[in-house]
Design a protein around this ligand. Structure first.
Ligand SMILES: Cc1cc2nc3c(=O)[nH]c(=O)nc-3n(C[C@H](O)[C@H](O)[C@H](O)COP(=O)(O)O)c2cc1C
Length: 251
């Protein structure tokens, strides 16, 4: 089993140390291989905000760097751990740039076959929720099967430290356990809404977002998952709703 770790720290310290604990726990119970991608060492240019990836397609991004290589790494792995320190109530700038470089996946999600764990380390509780949320976006379409936030406060007492070790173990075991479960691509209700909104918008805005139009035009859902009647009906109703909103210029 291949686990890819994408790490947004600027240094090999708290976040990396937590990841090594996760790796050690995971290796005790499963046959797995960990590979670390340090964003600080990657050639991943700063997003220029040109909209090309979103509108015309990610293959037309003007930056020629490690992005596609990272995509291949994600696709070749069985599980991905996205990890970042909390910087000013968000992910680190390195991780934020990474998220922005993959923003096209919010329009055209993928990674339905991947399972994600997300990890935020922080010095306090300030902004942890925000940072977690930002990191969740990056797993678009994938299953986030485990979430963990770890505190690295110098004043932590022994009880708190112990509790935290228990939490690291629990989250890792959850990640390891659910990795083996075949629940890929199961549509959550929020995904049905997400799909309906983008499908409706893509047909209305095909000239502005041709890449979205191509992606959605023949799709009944993001994947070929066998939707039940309720799910199909939900998509139909939401598509109509979003279609009306778009035609009225509200969205
Ligand atoms: C620039 C900067 C901003 C930070 N902002 C926050 C914050 O808003 N909330 C928080 O709880 N910790 C904050 N921290 C603390 C780090 O999140 C924490 O020490 C983290 O574990 C560092 O991870 P690292 O050792 O992998 O770099 C900040 C640290 C730095 C360097």
């Amino acid at each position: 089993m291949k686990i890819l770790v994408i790490l947004g720290s600027l240094r090999k310290a708290n976040t990396y140390n937590t990841l090594k604990k996760i790796e050690a726990i995971h290796k005790q119970i499963a046959d797995c291989e960990y590979e670390y991608l340090f964003l600080k060492d990657m050639n991943l240019g700063l997003c220029k905000g040109c909209f090309t990836c979103i509108a015309k397609g990610e293959e037309q991004c003007p930056l020629r760097d490690d992005r596609d290589w990272i995509v291949q790494k994600i696709e070749a792995s069985d599980g991905v751990i996205l990890a970042s320190p909390n910087y000013a109530a968000n992910v680190s700038w390195l991780m934020k740039n990474y998220i922005d470089r993959f923003a096209y996946t919010c329009h055209r999600p993928r990674y339905f076959n991947q399972k994600f764990m997300i990890l935020i380390t922080s010095g306090s509780y300030m902004g942890v929720k925000n940072a977690m949320k930002a990191l969740s976006i990056m797993a678009s379409g994938g299953n986030i099967i485990s979430r963990l936030s770890v505190l690295n406060s110098p004043g932590m007492n022994d009880k708190k430290k112990k509790n935290q070790e228990v939490q690291i173990k629990k989250s890792t075991l959850k990640f390891a356990k659910l990795m083996n479960k075949n629940n890929q691509g199961r549509p959550r209700f929020s995904y049905l809404i997400w799909f309906s909104a983008f499908k409706a918008a893509s047909s209305k805005n095909q000239k502005v977002y041709p890449a979205d139009f191509e992606y959605y035009k023949n799709k009944e859902y993001f994947t070929d998952y066998d939707l039940n009647t309720f799910q199909k009906l939900s998509i139909k109703v939401f598509r109509q709703f979003f279609g009306i909103m778009i035609n009225k210029g509200i969205m």
